[in-house]
Design a protein around this ligand. Structure first.
Ligand code: BG6
Ligand code: MG
Length: 220
């Protein structure tokens, strides 16, 4: 028997369009070191930590860097990213986010954040949505990034609810793998061709349909 008790949200690309800001910052940095990133590369970077992303970009550009250079490049990317982030307001919430949160509150379903971003608290503050959350995972406490399910397991533990009674909402392939592998019901935000592993795929949270999710997930 499965009861829907909690919804675990990713932030970047699910609640707000910071995925494109992360990618613009990476593109800017990559250009400086002579690497041209194709648009499709963003799918590989979504959900992945800053250092892992940089590693993938350097591998793609066949660039060898010292540890010091790597750390400086990562800081530089973050500064570029923060430059975009500082303009965020609640107008940057993606369609359907607040309606979805309000519906979950009304149904007494807990709301949790499982973002890999160390900038998540700042973004949440700028979006003015912190009060909706029952628990926010501290990404610094997570050893294995997505696609490992550690962050989603921690999210469920944080509110004392079994993973099978949670739904996970993600825009990244890595995140969907993480959700599926801990037994949560997965909802992909984005294109079906990319997120084909998700239990349900929707364009944005405007299409979030609780009854359909409950039926498909076998929740009572
Ligand atoms: C994830 C994003 O949420 O956070 C990734 O999808 C990003 O693109 C990662 O690299 C880490 O974010 P930050 O803000 O700590 O560099
Ligand atoms: Mg994301």
């Amino acid at each position: 028997m499965r009861v829907l008790e909690a919804a675990i949200f990713d932030l970047d690309g699910v609640i707000t369009d910071t995925s494109s800001m992360h990618f613009k910052a990476w593109e800017e940095l990559a250009k400086e070191i002579g690497i041209k990133l194709p648009k499709e590369f963003n799918e590989k970077l979504k959900g992945i930590s800053r250092m892992k992303s940089l590693d993938l970009i350097l591998q793609f550009g066949k660039c060898k860097c010292s540890d010091l250079e790597i750390s400086m490049l990562a800081d530089k990317k973050n500064n570029y990213y923060l430059n975009y982030v500082k303009a965020i307001t609640d107008a940057n919430l993606l369609p359907g986010v607040l309606e979805c949160f309000n519906l979950l509150k009304e149904k007494d379903i807990k709301i949790v954040l499982a973002s890999a971003s160390s900038n998540a608290n700042l973004v949440m503050k700028l979006l003015n949505i912190e009060n909706y959350f029952d628990f926010i995972v501290n990404p610094k406490e997570i050893k294995e990034g997505k696609p490992d399910s550690e962050i989603f397991i921690r999210a469920a533990e944080g509110i004392g609810i079994k993973p099978c009674n949670c739904i996970g909402i993600e825009d990244s392939v890595a995140g969907i793998i993480a959700i599926n592998s801990c037994g949560m019901f997965s909802i992909g935000i984005g294109k079906k061709e990319v997120l084909y592993m998700a239990n349900i795929c929707i364009k944005d949270l405007k299409e979030f349909n609780l009854e359909e999710i409950q039926a498909m997930g076998g929740f009572i």
